[in-house]
Design a protein. Sequence first.
Lengths: 199, 254
Amino acid sequence: MALHAKPIDQLIEALTKLPGVGRKTASRLAFHILRSSPSEAQALARAILDVKEKIHLCSVCFNLTDEDPCRICKDGTRSRDVLCVVEGPNDLIAIENTGAFHGRYHVLHGTVSPLEGVGPDDLKIKELMERLQKEEVGEVILATNPTVEGGATALYLTELIKPLGVKVTRIAFGIPMGGEIEYSDGMTLSKALEGRREV
Amino acid sequence: MPLYTTNAIVIRCYPYGESDKIVTFLTKDFGKIKAIAKGARRSRRRFQNALDLFSHIRLIFFDREGMGLVRADNCDLLHSFPRIREDLKKILYGNYYLELVNEMAGEREANSEAFDLLLFFLSALEEMEPQEEHLRMFEIRMLSLFGYQPNVKRCNLCKRDWRELRETPSLFFSLERGASVCESCSSALNSVIPFSLGTARLIERISQMDLEKIRRFKFTAQALSESREVLTKFITYHLGKELKSLKALGTIKT
Ligand SMILES: [Zn+2]
Ligand SMILES: [Zn+2]
């Protein structure tokens, strides 16, 4: 159904392929782009092309990067002793934003998810094991999510890494800051008790 | 929009957008339902952290008549099966239970026995070491519940009853018929698997056994390997695909 001139329809069509964008939103976005200045439109197009051309995976930690190795892997001030394993690049950014971690990362790009048909071979696990053979790592922090799949991944990695004589730790789970004990579920509460520490 | 309450087990869930989750439940009263849980990834208040695989919950949901997805409103966590979640082998077993139920159950077809059966096997997995017999028994009972109980009392073609034969017959299981056949009839059929009379009797027995007896029931090594072959191939044939979690059970070392 060609209601608009062909280029507009093509843009709308392309935008509806984005997650969470329906036809209505796509056409609103398309007309916004149409009304914007040529330089704004060019900047948008350039930015889209740039992420495709310039962003790839760091050959060491598999984070998204525009240089290889990435800035974190190259940073000589960061500890080489501790490696933090995360599911995805967004988890890395969240941890990085805390400013509380000064080691390096390893990005798995997923979790062991039997129901989705994702196994260890589909993740950057072989690469992690190669890193542990090569680099002098004293501790691996497993920072996967506290979901069944995140847990399965952590259990699998623990079995794999422990025999190497490397210390394996799991991030703590418990009551969120500003949360209330009374309204916490039993599993979170028992994890919080388990992970208590001396003050 | 009418509001409903039922007990439910999370059999599948994945993130949707920035803050929502799409969750498939096996419910006690409404069969399998697929729901959107708005805000489940961010707000802890309405769903606590209960919308994860295996969670047994009390679910309150809205149903917009005629729509595919119901809207989960809130839930209370009844049991999260922490000992399944802390053991990789148990997770793999449990995932297989969930996937098999998800594949066999029809949407919005109430089947409270299927719910009870899943809860029973998850509870057994929580409390005991995982044992392969449980996988096979779960398969037999699920097949029976959904009307695909393997018919292994007699030859499906010539109708001879195995009890009437004087010597021990050579049996074959026909995937196509979901039933046993004798050696001479088997030559007329494609995809048949040899199995013993003992295993045929075992399958028959388990489909009627009291659930409490099932917990500690042991198979012989021969029955274990024959029933694995017959049942998993029959399920794969029947569903038209191999279950992903069954493959994971075979490939992920625990
Ligand atoms: Zn890197
Ligand atoms: Zn026959």
